[in-house]
Design a protein around this ligand. Structure first.
Ligand code: SF4
Ligand code: SF4
Length: 303
């Protein structure tokens, strides 16, 4: 059975599809959005995060690392040489204080299913289920298929949370086992999309059409980032695009930008790209919501 890399399996989510859900965060994404709140899910390889405030500077991790990737510093947390680290996770097991976290563990569909199945009673009570997120789950389509087939056999609702930047074949492979799609639209202008995410948007918009035509219930969502995609032109182009997808796609959810991922950037020794950007004001969000609604698109704002 095929394995893939999973960074986290998080239960009791109410923001990632209908009802109460367990979210499987898959590792690896081919976008690098400047506002990403899951930077640990971007690289397709295992990585170690260091939560400096939990470190007691005991030095045990540096003693056990087989690759000499950790440099002990008496007065500071250890320094990670990321070129030497192969993500074996030995240091994470050795740290008694939870200061080292391994992002990315190999799991197969059976192991993931066993983990999500523990919360089945919550799915049944709330109309929830499992959501494959990331990262980009469509970069591991066979693993998603294996997992979703098991879920569907057990009457567990399945949802994929995608940015759509993946081969058309991957999307079509996963669709027959998917009950619900959360589909991100980040910017309708391809050059700006490339500037802020590292990739143009043509493939994403093309795959959006396939999702919309598939008959699988699809909710388009837009991460709303002040100064990047909240201008009148982008809203107008988003409205036109959704109308072009047909009557089943006339709704969108706005996801206001937040800085909740900042600590994870620090744990990975990465610079936080949008340090000057603040969350959008609620009045501004309401005015954008009205702009969609007055153009025939049902709009909600996520919490
Ligand atoms: S083992 Fe944990 S607490 Fe000790 S130095 Fe390493 S990271 Fe810090
Ligand atoms: S994950 Fe392995 S190689 Fe990397 S720092 Fe820890 S012990 Fe060393």
């Amino acid at each position: 059975m095929i394995s893939g890399l999973v960074t986290n399996i998080q239960g009791y989510s109410i923001h990632d599809g209908p009802g109460i859900r367990t979210v499987v965060f898959m590792k690896g994404c081919n976008l690098e959005c400047q506002w990403c709140s899951n930077p640990e899910c971007i690289s397709p390889h295992p990585e170690v995060g260091l939560i400096k405030k939990l470190c007691t500077k005991c030095g045990k991790c540096a003693e056990v690392c087989p690759n000499n990737a950790l440099e002990y510093q008496a007065d500071k947390p250890p320094r990670i040489d990321r070129a030497r680290c192969d993500g074996c996770g030995i240091c994470c097991s050795a740290c008694s204080y939870g200061a080292l976290v391994l992002y990315g563990r190999a799991m197969n569909a059976e192991e993931i299913y066993d983990a999500i199945n523990r919360d089945k009673m919550f799915y049944e009570a709330s109309g929830g289920g499992v959501t494959a997120s990331g990262g980009e789950p469509l970069l591991q389509p066979q693993l998603v298929c294996d997992l979703f087939q098991k879920c569907q056999r057990a009457s567990i609702h399945t949802c994929i949370e995608t940015a759509g930047c993946a081969p058309e074949s991957a999307l079509k492979q996963v669709l027959p086992y998917t009950d619900y799609i959360l589909y991100d639209l980040k910017h309708l202008n391809s050059e700006k999309h490339r500037k802020y995410t590292g990739q143009p948007n043509e493939l994403i918009l093309y795959n959006a059409g396939i999702a919309a035509e598939s008959g699988v219930e699809t909710l388009f969502r837009m991460p709303l980032v002040p100064g990047i995609n909240d201008d009148e032109q982008n809203i107008k182009e988003s409205v036109d695009f959704l109308h072009g997808l047909g009557n089943n796609s006339l709704r969108i959810e706005l996801m206001p930008y937040h800085r909740l991922g900042k600590g994870k950037y620090e744990s990975l020794d990465r610079e936080y790209p949008l340090s000057d950007v603040l969350s959008p004001e609620s009045e501004h969000l309401e005015s954008l919501k009205k702009a969609f609604e007055s153009n025939g698109i049902m709009c909600t704002i996520s919490q």
